[in-house]
Design a protein around this ligand. Structure first.
Ligand SMILES: [Zn+2]
Length: 276
């Protein structure tokens, strides 16, 4: 599942591919992909609009149009974009096709079908759901504010970091890597996390996600950037999907457990469970 570095990579690649292109038509092959409005309304609202810029806010891809509209897209598990210079036939997993005036096309494909597109008004898209509920990305977040949020909860630190209303951008890969690096057990209750640990989580999270972005993200299982370009950060992962292998720090065997239903990789020596 794409996390912040991967979504940043996709939105940068999209920006290069479709910035300044004018949409002539949108074909929707799967209505459920369009959220919050009818496909017909979306098609009417974006037809003839130029894409000014593509960026991201957390795991949301944001298409800023030159009219009063914005398109938000979420890749969820397996959403992927393909840009073609010439018209291409849709596959059975192609849910939306953007036709551009210059004859090129952008296809949105999604094998699992959870990915979405939403139409918003430019004047208030940051103040309405889903973006209004999001926290800040770790590099922008004040650590005292983050620590305050953790203090109010007895939920597992891993679950809290994955909550996009607490801190933005972490998914399963980077949360496991960060907690291992900082020797924090993923089931530690939020209110047992020290101010220093809170600060370190944001600092290391920023560092690892920036580093991964610079390498195009981590391609593990389904993720790739547009046109199936793979990221190369997965070679630097220390603990994610390394269960059964030795911990790079202490050589103990890495274990895989579940925390709140999410597969979790920990070193039983480096990450000591908090006594509950
Ligand atoms: Zn270890």
């Amino acid at each position: 599942m794409p996390e912040l570095p991967e979504v940043r990579t996709v939105s940068r690649a999209l920006n290069e591919a479709v910035k300044d292109r004018v949409i002539s038509n949108v074909k929707v092959f799967r209505e459920k992909t369009i959220v919050g409005t009818s496909p017909k309304k979306l098609i009417l609202a974006v037809g003839d609009a130029k894409i000014e810029r593509v960026t991201n806010i957390g795991k949301w891809i944001v298409y800023l149009l030159d009219n009063d509209k914005v398109l938000l897209s979420h890749l969820r598990m397996t959403g992927k974009y393909y840009y073609y210079k010439d018209k291409q036939k849709p596959t059975k997993h192609t849910h939306v096709v953007f036709d551009f005036k210059d004859g090129s096309q952008l296809h949105f494909e999604d094998y699992r079908g959870f990915g979405t597109l939403e139409l918003k008004d430019k004047k208030d898209y940051l103040d309405v759901k889903p973006l209004s509920k999001l926290a800040e990305e770790p590099q922008n977040m004040n650590y005292i504010h983050f620590w305050d949020k953790l203090q109010k909860s007895r939920r597992a630190i891993k679950t809290l970091i994955l909550d996009q209303t607490i801190v933005l951008g972490f998914g399963n890969i980077y949360v496991d890597e960060t907690l291992w690096e900082l020797r924090i057990h993923p089931e530690t209750p939020g209110n047992q996390i020290s101010q220093k640990q809170a600060k370190d989580i944001l600092k290391f999270g920023t560092y690892i996600m920036d580093w991964s972005t610079s390498l195009g993200g981590s391609t593990v299982s389904t993720y790739s950037s547009i046109n199936n370009i793979e990221g190369s950060f997965s070679q630097y992962l220390k603990i994610f999907r390394k269960d059964g292998k030795p911990c790079p720090r202490c050589k103990s065997t890495i274990v895989k457990t579940k925390v709140n239903g999410r597969g979790t990789h920990t070193c039983p020596e480096c990450q000591v469970k908090f006594p509950i």
